[in-house]
Design a protein around this ligand. Structure first.
Ligand SMILES: C[S@@+](CC[C@H](N)C(=O)[O-])C[C@H]1O[C@@H](n2cnc3c(N)ncnc32)[C@H](O)[C@@H]1O
Length: 297
């Protein structure tokens, strides 16, 4: 308990938080840093350089409240309602998957592809159009829109609450004029349109494994059916009608299923060049399929 008479330094607050979270978290020090950085509106690295600075009483009390939530099992992301993805802080809540670091690869790959297409002057006359299937918090869609002012993004999600979060994030990053998020199944709400790129990080956890992960993310963002590929099996036949003649398709899935997914992509998009890409840990996690005519290379 913090008394009015004893102001606490950042260092002391972090030590207090680390001890308090030791039983409930595998990363008590990091969690305490993230919570305190959030309270102070700073990056965690700022805390290190200001370890001797004193907290205001309100700040110490707010930190204590967040520590209590975390100690009761609430994930850090949900305790603070924010999570960092591709260098930006996204609003998150219980309706959306907390965006994972491995998903940043999809943004990186799309950004690299867009850079190449822009260099080839393919978008001097029209905007680049992208579809994010299963948009969730809008992490992928908003990141790409924020990187490229000539990109317009549609996103779909079966969760109405997720779409609301994605819309708030689009406003947060001032890309709402170029992002449209729609409630609906896979490509169904946009089946009349064509895109330069389609990205999907659909639920890919095998149903039998969902229970072990339940608690932090909604089931609708996790459950991919018996082998984790049910959503992709339904998505792939729906892709050709929504793709332009030149396109990029990027999909994320679980490493053990990625070769099967690549075969499914090859069957659905026989004209595409299909490649498997690895995550930061060296595991095969993504399938990239592209078709580029010589004129735009
Ligand atoms: C694994 S989360 C990914 C969220 C976000 N794209 C990201 O990478 O952080 C999958 C998302 O797909 C949505 N979803 C599940 N089934 C869907 C379907 N049939 N059509 C559209 N979205 C779906 C879920 O609601 C969830 O938001």
């Amino acid at each position: 308990m913090i008394s009015r008479q004893t102001p606490e330094t950042i260092q002391a607050a972090l030590a207090r938080g680390t001890v308090l979270l030791a039983k409930s978290s595998d990363s008590p020090r990091l969690d305490a840093q993230l919570l305190l950085a959030h309270v102070l509106g700073k990056e965690p690295s700022w805390l290190v350089a200001h370890a001797e600075s004193y907290l205001a009483r309100m700040q110490a009390e707010r930190f204590t409240g967040l520590l209590a939530k975390r100690a009761a099992g609430t994930p850090v992301a949900h305790a603070i309602g924010m999570w960092s993805f591709y260098g930006r802080s996204f609003e998150v809540n219980e309706s959306v998957l907390v965006p994972r670091p491995e998903t940043e690869h999809l943004v990186e790959a799309a950004v690299a592809y867009l850079g190449r297409r822009l260099e080839a002057h393919a978008f001097t006359k029209h905007l680049f159009t992208l579809l994010d299937v299963g948009v969730g918090s809008g992490a992928i869609a908003c990141s790409i829109a924020a990187e490229f002012p000539t990109v317009v993004v549609d996103g779909t999600d079966v969760s109405e609450d997720a779409v609301k979060v994605a819309e708030r994030n689009a406003r947060r990053f001032n890309v709402h004029g170029r992002c449209k998020f729609i409630v609906g199944d896979l490509t169904q709400p946009v089946s009349h349109k064509q895109y330069d790129a389609v990205i999907a990080n659909l639920p890919y956890v095998p149903s039998a494994d969902v229970a072990a992960l339940r608690g932090s993310d909604p089931d609708v963002a996790l459950d991919g059916g018996p082998d984790g590929l049910d959503h992709y099996r339904r998505l792939l036949p729906a892709l050709p009608p929504v793709l332009k003649a030149d396109y990029l398709v990027l999909l994320e899935a679980a490493p053990p299923t990625i070769r099967t997914l690549a075969e499914l992509v090859h069957d659905a998009l026989p004209d595409a060049t299909v490649a498997i890409e690895r995550d930061y840990g060296g595991r095969e996690r993504y399938v990239a399929a592209s078709r580029e005519r010589a004129a735009t290379r």
